[in-house]
Design a protein around this ligand. Structure first.
Ligand code: HEM
Length: 458
């Protein structure tokens, strides 16, 4: 473990070397906890489709979101509560991913953001787009979740962003040391206690938004994600489903929390990559604009436009492939003793799916697997491939696979198209950047190093 903390490189570089040296399945020790690392797609698909590896280990961080009082989807171990919560959260997320409301919402949020950028930053002035992107995706999710939007100066917006984003930057890799070393938590107690407090306040905030939904809930109209979950709970109660006892108000509020926790940062960070890549490769920006102009023009983008905008879809897919923001996925746990390939895996062992290695492995992606080539997702007629290559796993595989995949793609598509439409009188130009390698200071994610862009009038 020391070797990865001491390394000046991103963990991806270190694990890539380990993968080359030790093959498709190897053990890595975080302090005194062994983690099985899987780097082969066939082995991963076979193992993760089974319930045997659908568990989550008890973790320091996870215990703040799933504990005796309430449980969420992401951190709850395999069992009835997880199954019940996952089912209702998945169905709500799927519903939202094709909802016309989402198309209007994304369009409004983007237009408002571009207007604010032009007012605050002005034409031709370089600025860091990070906070604007965060606000845009947070608003899309918060309006979908409980019908509330924020502006940059809102106290609550600042609180959410600080707890889920800025504090993470401040704490850096200490997060991992807190996770694996109670002693380090004690030594570093001022910061680790602050982290617990921030999380507690955030959980409380979301619960306070969820509960009042009962007061004016009506079966006739589904306003947002909270209503969708209440409706799923009522249905389970009415029909006497086995899942009903697990759908407590506190658990459902935590499922809403997951939307923020698992959905905002992943989506907004992916969009930061999209913006960086399309300014880094201006000829690709032109191609994106051309397609949008011919296929959609000035009207508001809809979900159906995904079937027309093949290059836009390929560009998003390639960004998710080469700059997958969750390179190591989320650790799974063996719920029983089982096997991966020829290895016996003891009960309770943690397992990591090393997604980013599979996503760039030359075995599956030819020798240019490390390069950004959106065309690899287009067929010979230039159409976006409907069947994805088997090694395309930015959202993981199997029982725990991301339940927000469809929603994330819908959001990214709508936001990208609306962003390019709203800036059609400009070239989006990269002003300064640290290249397109992931920031080596954020070791367990793929985050772009800070960059500045400007809107240059054509
Ligand atoms: C680009 C955007 C996203 C990426 C790359 C991403 C990726 C992932 C990955 C790799 C996992 C771990 C799967 C596993 O354990 O095997 C995951 C889990 C999860 N994601 Fe996403 N995600 C994204 C967006 C979203 C959105 C928008 C939502 C909200 C609806 C969401 C909700 C979840 C939840 C609830 C889980 C936990 C599933 C479970 O444990 O059963 N994600 N995601």
């Amino acid at each position: 473990m020391c070797s990865v903390f001491k390394s000046p490189h991103h963990w991806d570089v270190v694990f890539r070397e380990l993968g080359k040296k030790y093959g498709p399945v190897f053990t890595f020790w975080f302090a005194n906890t062994p983690h099985i690392v899987v780097t082969d797609i066939d082995t991963a698909r076979e193992a993760f489709r089974r319930n045997d590896f659908a568990g989550r280990s008890e973790s320091y961080f996870g215990s703040q979101l799933s504990n005796d009082e309430f449980q969420d989807v992401v951190f709850t171990d395999y069992g009835h509560t997880w199954e019940a919560l996952r089912r209702v959260a998945h169905s709500a997320a799927q519903k939202y991913s094709t909802n016309d409301k989402l198309a209007y919402l994304a369009n409004d949020c983007v237009k408002q953001t571009v207007k604010t950028i032009l007012e605050k930053e002005g034409e031709g002035q370089a600025f860091v787009p990070r906070d604007y992107i965060y606000l845009m995706f947070l608003n899309i999710l918060s309006i979908s979740a409980f019908g509330q939007s924020y502006d940059m100066e809102d106290k609550e917006f600042k609180q959410i962003k600080y707890a889920l984003k800025d504090f993470g930057k401040e704490a850096g890799s200490r997060f991992l040391l807190w996770e694996f070393s109670p002693l380090f938590r004690l030594i570093d107690r001022k910061m680790s206690q602050k982290q617990r407090r921030l999380m507690r306040e955030l959980v409380e905030m979301i619960r306070n938004k969820f509960k009042p939904h009962y007061d004016d809930y009506s079966d006739a109209i589904e306003r947002d994600f909270c209503d969708a979950l209440i409706s799923a709970k009522n249905e389970a109660l009415r029909e006497g489903k086995e899942s009903a006892p697990y759908l407590t108000d506190d658990n459902l509020a935590m499922a809403v929390f997951d939307l923020f926790f698992a959905g905002t940062d992943t989506s907004q960070q992916t969009f930061q990559w999209i913006l960086l890549l399309m300014t880094y490769y201006p000829e690709m920006q032109r191609k994106l604009r051309q397609e949008i102009e011919t296929q959609i023009g000035d009207r508001m983008p809809t979900h159906e436009d995904r079937n027309r905008c093949h290059y836009v879809m390929a560009f998003i897919a390639e960004t998710l492939r080469i700059r997958n923001v969750t390179p190591f996925g989320v650790p799974h746990k063996a719920v029983v003793q089982s096997t991966i390939g020829n290895y016996t895996i003891p009960e309770n062992t943690a397992i990591l799916l090393y997604q980013s290695l599979i996503l760039r492995d030359e075995k599956h992606w030819t020798e240019n697997g490390g390069e950004f080539v959106p065309e690899r997702f287009l067929d010979s007629e230039g159409k976006y491939m409907t069947t994805r290559p088997k090694a395309y796993i930015p959202f993981s595989v199997g029982r725990r696979q991301c339940l927000g995949e469809k929603l994330a793609i819908a959001d990214l598509f709508l936001v990208l198209v609306a962003f390019l439409q709203s800036t059609q009188d400009y070239d989006i130009v990269l002003d300064s950047n640290g290249g397109i390698d992931p920031d080596p200071n954020i070791v367990d994610q793929f985050s772009p190093s800070e960059y500045k862009i400007l809107l240059k009038k054509i």
